[in-house]
Design a binder for this molecule. Structure first.
Ligand code: G3H
Ligand code: 13P
Ligand code: ZN
Length: 322
């Protein structure tokens, strides 16, 4: 099947109590690792491209890589999504350039300006059959080049969501309930420590999610900043010359719980970076004489595939839902 929008995917996910993974792609190995896992597990999947990914790999290369994945995996629905579009022009360029979904992230603007810019993107996108994700509330961490300091994040205000969706016509809404971008989602003083000394983060604000669901029945909710920062990869990075102390993510059980509710899209990027970096560091340490990129990118791609397969089955619940 050709690239699809997320419309049908989200309807099925909402009704079926699971979520679709949205994984960030920056190169061929990442596209292959993700889509091989999704293909084998017969899972729908969203491949998302950030402004930074476009600057790194080039729009055309990324679209063609995704088209190749679609051809190689004809049985699963794949959507191509712009992650954190920050201007109308960027969204327009992706809509005109083959994406089936875009995010306009005007969450750092005032409520009124967020509505105005989101509405402008929605009108253009819907005209071309493309769907739009918007955001209300602010996550801590890094959203593209915008760094939101820990403590300055703002949970989504449930009393605003209905008016926002009504006025903008957006197709899905990213909300802030305590997730955060990157591999350092929480500072040590926001957490407790378990017996192994690993940070245990504060729980997600399911009360805020439930309030949003009450006000937007049937409407797909999106969670950004949803990497779990698997400690096996953090350990691997640190064991083989890296230095990532206190890297911590969102516990998988909480994401699974959100996926059973109205959360239809769960964004994962940092875990891909960790899987690749840990395995490449290990490979270099164990084979100091090797210099063929295929040798170290192969286990890195396999690690992405295994990690994505784990998410599909144990976190998203999207296996067999293609
Ligand atoms: O939310 C941000 C994503 O992880 C993309 O990161 O802007 O470094 O490509 P990036
Ligand atoms: P992570 O940094 O938790 O992987 O979040 C990715 C994301 O939200 C992309 O938009
Ligand atoms: Zn994000």
């Amino acid at each position: 099947m050709p690239l699809v929008t997320t419309k049908e995917m989200f309807k099925k996910a909402y009704d079926g109590g699971y979520a679709v993974g949205a994984f960030n792609v920056n190169n061929m190995e990442i596209v292959q690792g993700i889509t091989e896992a999704a293909g084998e597990l017969e899972s729908p999947v969203i491949l998302q491209v950030s402004k930074g990914a476009r600057a790194y790999a080039n729009h055309t290369y990324l679209v063609k890589l995704v088209e190749a994945a679609v051809e190689e995996n004809p049985k699963i629905p794949i959507a191509l999504h712009l992650d954190h579009g920050d201007t109308f022009e960027l969204c327009k360029s992706c809509i005109d350039g083959g994406f089936t979904s875009v995010m306009i992230d005007a969450s750092s603007k005032s409520f009124e300006d967020n509505i105005a810019l989101t509405k402008q993107v929605v009108e253009y996108a819907h005209d071309k059959g493309v769907v739009v994700e918007a955001e209300l509330g602010t996550l801590a961490g890094i959203e593209d080049e915008v760094v939101v300091e820990s403590g300055k994040e703002a949970y989504t205000r449930p009393e605003e969501v209905e008016e926002f969706v009504d006025k903008t016509g957006c197709d899905s809404l990213a909300i802030a309930i305590g997730t955060s971008h990157g591999a350092y989602k929480f500072t040590a003083d926001q957490c407790t420590r378990n017996a192994d000394g690993i940070l245990v983060p504060p729980p997600l604000r399911f009360d805020v999610l439930e309030e949003c669901i009450k006000r937007l029945p049937g409407f797909p909710i999106v969670l950004h900043g949803s990497s779990s920062v698997p400690q096996e990869f953090v350990k691997m990075v640190n064991q083989y010359g890296g230095n990532m102390p206190d890297a911590v993510g969102i516990p998988e059980e909480q994401l699974r719980q959100a996926a059973k509710l109205a959360v239809c899209k769960i964004n994962i990027d940092s875990d891909i970076r960790l899987a690749m970096t840990g395995n490449i560091r290990k490979y270099f340490a164990e084979h100091p004489d090797h210099f063929d990129p295929r040798q170290y990118l192969k286990p890195a791609r396999q690690a992405v595939k295994d990690m994505v397969a784990h998410k599909i089955v144990h976190v998203l619940g999207s296996d067999g839902k293609a």
